[in-house]
Design a protein around this ligand. Sequence first.
Ligand code: BG6
Length: 484
Amino acid sequence: MNNQNQPKVAIIIFGATGDLAKRKLFPSIYRLVKNKKIGENFVVFGTARRSWSNEEFRDKVKQSITDKNSSEIDLDAFVSHFYYHPSDVTNSSSYLEMEALLQDLEGIYQTEGNRIFYLAMSPEFFGDITNSLNDNGMKNGGGWTRLVIEKPFGNDLPSARKLNHEIRAAFKEEQIYRIDHYLGKEMVQNIEVIRFANGIFEHLWNNRFIANIQVTSSEEIGVEDRASYYDQSGAVRDMMQNHMLQMVALLAMEPPIKLTSEEIRSEKLKVLRALRKIENVDDNFVRGQYGEGPDYPIAYQQEAPALAKSNTETFVAGKIMIDNYRWAGVPFYIRTGKRMSKKSTQIIVEFKSIPMNLYYKDKKEQHPNLLVINISPNEGITLYLNAKKSGTENEAIPIKLTYDYNQINAANSPEAYEKLLYDCMIGDTTNFTHWDEVALTWEYVDPILKKWESTPAEFPNYKAGSMGPEASEELLKEDGFHWW
Ligand code: BG6
């Protein structure tokens, strides 16, 4: 069944034999079909170096779909839309072959020449690929053309600029969809709604009433089989420059005048421009690398032979200041790392305490109001208030009001990639990263990278399975706060 609102599209995946395609892209396309977001008019054209046949490719796609409710017939019908052609991305004859095949498929699936080129592979080839798409006419399918790019977008500001320059030689900014999958998460998108649809928060959302904001994204996993990528990257490039700073921007931005991509982006950019330049890195940022821990006998440096003596951080915590009228004086603390005690992404907004609280005999027990936004794995919101301790006359205890998104929406919460792919099909750039954001976030983190790469650290400095190095606790203690 096809209806007018279902986008018609050919998705060309470079790096189709890779991990991202298998773990995220194929299952997301499957869910889009299952949820009737796309109908019959789509085709997926995979390419990579390996010489797979269509059948082999379809088998891999099938294996990637873990939905227990899908029947063999459904799956066969779904994978029949998938085609594979081996290519050498540095050789222009590959593009000519692909163009010819693609034109045939576009005729069969009636996709109206709309094309999404999805670069799910090593960024060193991005420039070559975009140029070749341009030179070999693949950009002109007769419909719209969009380019989706995975992170990392560069290594630092100069390399990101160079990459952007190469890509922009072939594609216009409005055709480029830079993925930050955190922006596709349901609860990250909910930050704006919670803020801008609730008077009780928005009126208090400033330096008069908020003491600090904490954003933590901890992971239990180590580097797994990504050692060669991760050791070149580290926590600052892998998580902070993109996901963490994007969440900070959404938490700190002014209300947009309209819910359009341009207006929202313009507010986020103002925040990124107001980030206080980092002058003394080690006063505000803490790096860590995991050693062995009680449940994890392997330290980072033992994960692969090339990691022995590595100076790469697997953890970063930091204090970010935003020099604008709303946030002057309010620290935004961020923390993220591998091999921490649990997998969790959480935002905690700590409100200032009232000047005099008569209901706590011991001041230390006094609990500030907290708004907790759980991004993952549990999606939900909790508000900590103080209420009367029953059975006493004038004593208070902290109580929690909790809304658990997962219980309410369970199976319906769409995966980030599914949403982002769909947004790209309908031409909505709101939840993608514009070049200006990329440039400002690299500009912000570059001094950290420079300092840490030029000074060896005493690693390892935190136990696998812990919440990071002691210095991360000290960072907040100095300001009279602690991580919640
Ligand atoms: C990716 C990083 O961008 O985000 C990974 O490259 C990290 O290292 C992942 O594991 C975390 O994403 P999520 O959605 O599991 O929090």
